[in-house]
Design a protein around this ligand. Sequence first.
Ligand code: SF4
Length: 346
Amino acid sequence: MVLNQPLHFRALNLEELKRYLKSLDVPAYRASQILHWLHKQHAAELSEMKNLPPSLRDRLAREGKASVLQLVEVPKSGDQGSLKYLMKTEDGHLLETVLIVQSGRRTVCVSTQLGCRIRCSFCASGKGQFVRHLTAGEIVEQVSVICRHQKDSVTNVVFMGIGEPLDNYEATMKALEILMAEWGFGLGGRRITVSTSGVTPKIEEFVHDSRGRVRLSVSLHSSDQELRSRLVPIGKKYRLDELMRSLEHLKKTLKREITFEYTLIKGVNDSEKEARGVAKLAARLNAKVNLIPYNPIREMNFERPNSDELDRFRKLLEAKHIRVTVRQTAGRDIDAACGQLRLDRM
Ligand code: SF4
């Protein structure tokens, strides 16, 4: 709890809120009521919490806030499957969140940082300046902003927006607590995925702290150490062979299968040799491979593979008995490439 700033009630867990209310001589049961309004009803304002006495609502409003994000823009997309949300933080920075509606699932892709220090060579998020980490409250509020706008709940949350979640470890873990708790969003761990570029020591900490309950997705992008570290610069520090050894070890603790994210870039990492290498790594972990055809961003020269090239790569993996999914990068017409919309509006 940061005491010299107005409280953001969404960032508190049940115990912290009870403790705070106790300091105001307010009975503990009010904590559950407040959290219900925040994470189940997605209330934007304390004034909406009708079962709280007006005097308590006034008191809370003097000391803290229910919301810190402002919805700025939801660009229209011809793609019915996805919607991009542009939001503004209280200190005036923009962040992106995406809603993907597919096969009966309503998945929110949250951002965890304003900018990203990993600077993958193909990603728009790594191009702009790194500003700061998002707080746990700002991470979970992205989900509530979308629920409110859609007047509907969500079924899944993926930490795959702007930022490296494990580079903002504490806030990510607190956001997971809020998303999974009964008093929070009540989402099971199998409905949440944390995606990482491969910060090996943090992955170990994360699997341990989350007791393997949350899905883990690792950005692979190449099976070759040299090429991978050109695409994902952190691969120089945390080498592929160490990452693989660590994942093999963690597999015992993980209750869910590991996914490799693989952004397929024409002429860069789409060769037959690469497919063989990826299949070998995936087989070692019994991992699934999620192929993402590269979504061109204006600042880069990389190209998107056509559907035949994508199909060829997928079939090469499947021939080695690897489970493959293909993520159709939704909403190209609304700059759905990770971080592109934010970059443009800035
Ligand atoms: S792909 Fe992910 S880790 Fe890499 S720069 Fe973009 S947001 Fe950061």
